[in-house]
Design a protein around this ligand. Structure first.
Ligand code: NCD
Length: 320
């Protein structure tokens, strides 16, 4: 299995089989338990980060993953680069390719941009989020977290709440869950931010069991779920202008999980709240101190999963 990952682009979760996903998660598990074993495997290798959209967690966890394994990172800052002068994505990719990175990690606001760059480059490209489309590394760390919390992924009952229209994390995660047995997803969102139809059709075709609910139903479905996966309302992806602004405010005022709500329902034992972060106003601060809050551990898991991915696509495991 290891061999098949060498130079593999990680663009969409759809392109990974369940067996490949489980292999990545198992490796991440070993990395979490035995980090020292992987300390120097990236020595002499360079990662090129192409981040055209802001990122805190994803960028720093990739950076940290690379540094912990003894690798180096190309100092490429979009703000200070020729992109500001109008250079095309294709030209930037060809130029970076010439500097021989062992792996490229990229984030861009356009759907499909990671695929475009991967087709140009011979170095393996990892998609760190392309527009509203996919965020496969986030999904892998989400799956890792779900597995760690409940001992497996099959038959998980999970609420995905918030911005299901623009949120790439829920798009990737729902598709990934369709690879596992008997998972059940409750999509809870404002009417205007429902899961796109084409994705619902795809999920039905893949046999995923799901139901849709309005925001007002959140309290009602909470007792049925083992995991509540909250997401941020993606303000930056709303249409520009007054209409978009008003719609954002109308929704964000209604979308707020409080300690009081959680205390008023009968939650399943082991219930956890996940969130890809950053969170804005959708979770009251006090919730962070409840045993349900699992999002900071989830973010930490990103380190193990991204170490595993970098090691696999660069073929560095044999150095361990
Ligand atoms: C997410 C993203 O970029 O899609 N963040 C992340 O990578 N952890 C979620 C978000 O921005 O809301």
């Amino acid at each position: 299995m290891e061999e098949s990952f060498i130079r593999k682009d990680i663009i969409s979760i759809n392109e990974l089989t369940k067996e490949e996903i489980d292999f990545i998660l198992d490796l991440a598990g070993d990395i979490e338990k035995n980090p020292a074993k992987y300390d120097n495997i990236m020595k002499g290798k360079i990662m090129a980060p192409l981040f055209f959209e802001p990122s805190t967690r994803t960028f720093s966890s990739f950076q940290s993953a690379m540094l912990h394994m003894g690798g180096s990172i190309l100092d490429f800052d979009v703000e200070a680069s020729s992109i500001k002068k109008g250079e095309t994505l294709t030209d930037t990719a060809k130029m970076i390719e010439g500097y021989k990175p062992s792996v490229v990690v990229m984030r861009h606001k356009k759907d499909g941009s990671a695929r475009l760059v991967a087709d140009i480059m011979t170095s393996p490209v990892i998609n760190a989020g392309d527009g509203q489309n996919q965020h496969p590394t986030q999904t892998l760390l989400d799956l890792y977290t779900i597995r760690a919390v409940r001992g497996g992924i099959d038959s998980v009952k999970i609420i995905m709440a918030g911005d299901l229209k623009y949120g790439r994390t829920v798009h990737s995660l729902a598709l990934a869950l369709s690879k596992y047995k008997e998972c059940e997803v409750f999509f809870v969102s404002p009417e205007s931010l429902r899961m796109p139809h084409f994705l619902l059709d795809e999920l039905s075709r893949l046999g995923l069991k799901y139901r849709e609910f309005s925001l007002d139903d959140l309290k009602r479905v909470l007792p049925d779920a083992e995991i509540l996966y909250m997401t941020r309302i993606q303000r930056e992806r709303f249409p520009e202008g007054l209409e978009g602004e008003e719609e954002y405010l109308r929704i964000s005022n209604k979308y707020h999980l409080t300690k009081q709500i959680l205390g008023s329902v009968n939650l399943k034992s082991g219930f956890k709240i996940m969130h890809p972060l950053p969170k804005v106003d959708e979770i009251e601060r006090d919730v962070d101190d409840m045993t349900y809050a699992h999002y900071f551990k989830q973010a930490e898991n990103g380190l193990y999963v991204r170490k595993a991915l970098i090691a696999l696509v660069t073929g560095a495991l044999k150095n361990g």
